[in-house]
Write a protein that binds this ligand. Structure first.
Ligand SMILES: [Mn+2]
Length: 318
């Protein structure tokens, strides 16, 4: 019988693992942990954890999920993405049995020969969808899992400041906070942002790739990294290093365009690093702003998913 999110009691969960996207973030990890607890199987990760996610895992008092590996006969549930460009290379798409996600189905969706169980909703995080699924099945996540889910919601919504935030995210964050014994979820989110901002000892390459996504639009390959931080100056002054690492990454990945946004989560603005003229022209058309000294300041734009990428998509789709 095919795996079905609607009837978990009938699912065969032998060799089932839950996996999120490359450059795992708190939502991808929290959602994998939540899905494993709710549906059975185990959580996996597709890369190294960033500092914020490591903080959440530590607060939850659990071990981080193991790295995904090639296993014969594995069943894989995906959380928090649906694009081929964000799938770990060791995953065979024929092993995928389900998707729980909150992203648009864009140019490179994973495709299937037969229908699988999919739940995609326009909510602020995949963890919010899982929180709803727990509730509708009459189940309560463990306090540790609730912390990782809360971490997912707070991370993706930038503590409810991102325009992607929905009412569902706020309601379930409060509920998860209660389960986890966290009375003030905003305060917890602020500590997450602080953990994420502590980048002085992180290499420029690791910051560039820490939250990096690949897109293919009209045959053009775009790589877009973001770093959310309360201390943007710390990264702005490393501009020369970023430009060098972007040059290497653009060549290595065969990208047509590479972008990196230093997202100032305190002042709600992005400092977009303009790698070269091609990126500059595209960014000018997309954002209607000018750039100088390799930077374009974008006040009010803090979400790659709902603000920064859609206009790039629009321009390249013309
Ligand atoms: Mn997410």
């Amino acid at each position: 019988m095919a795996f079905d999110l609607e009837t978990p009691e009938n699912n065969n969960t032998d060799n089932l693992v839950w996996l999120g996207h490359l450059s795992p973030d708190s939502d991808t990890i929290g959602s994998a942990i939540a899905a494993a607890e709710l549906f059975g199987g185990e959580a996996r990760r597709a890369g190294e954890l960033n500092k914020e996610t490591a903080f959440v895992i530590k607060e939850a008092g659990i071990e981080q999920p193991a790295m995904i590996s090639v296993v014969e006969g594995q069943k894989i549930g995906l959380v928090d993405f649906n694009q081929k460009t964000q799938l770990h290379k060791d995953v065979d798409t024929k092993d995928i049995v389900a998707i729980i996600d909150h992203h648009a189905i864009q140019d490179q969706p994973i495709t299937f020969n037969s229908p699988i169980s999919i739940d995609i909703r326009p909510w602020g995080s995949a963890a919010t969808i899982l929180a709803d699924r727990f509730e509708k099945l009459g189940k309560t996540p463990s306090p540790a899992t609730a912390i990782t889910m809360l971490g997912g919601i707070l991370s993706d919504t930038v503590v409810f400041q991102s325009p992607t935030t929905t009412e569902h995210d706020k309601v379930f964050a409060e509920k998860l906070g209660k389960i986890a014994g966290i009375a003030d979820v905003v305060e917890f989110g602020t500590r997450m942002l602080e953990a994420k901002s502590d980048l002085a000892d992180v290499s420029t390459y690791d910051i560039l790739k820490g939250d990096f996504k690949h897109y293919e639009i009209n045959g053009k390959k775009v790589g877009f990294g973001v770093a959310e931080t309360l201390l943007p100056e710390q990264l702005i002054e490393r501009k020369a290093d970023f430009l060098k690492e972007m040059e290497g990454e653009k060549a290595k990945q065969g990208l047509d365009f590479i972008f990196f946004a230093i997202v100032d989560t305190k002042n709600q603005a992005s400092h977009l690093v303009i790698f070269a003229d091609a990126e500059g022209e595209l960014a000018k058309e997309a954002y209607g702003a000018e750039y100088a000294d390799d930077f374009m300041l974008l006040p009010g734009l803090i979400s790659r998913k709902s603000q920064l990428m859609p206009v790039i998509q629009e321009v390249l789709s013309k």
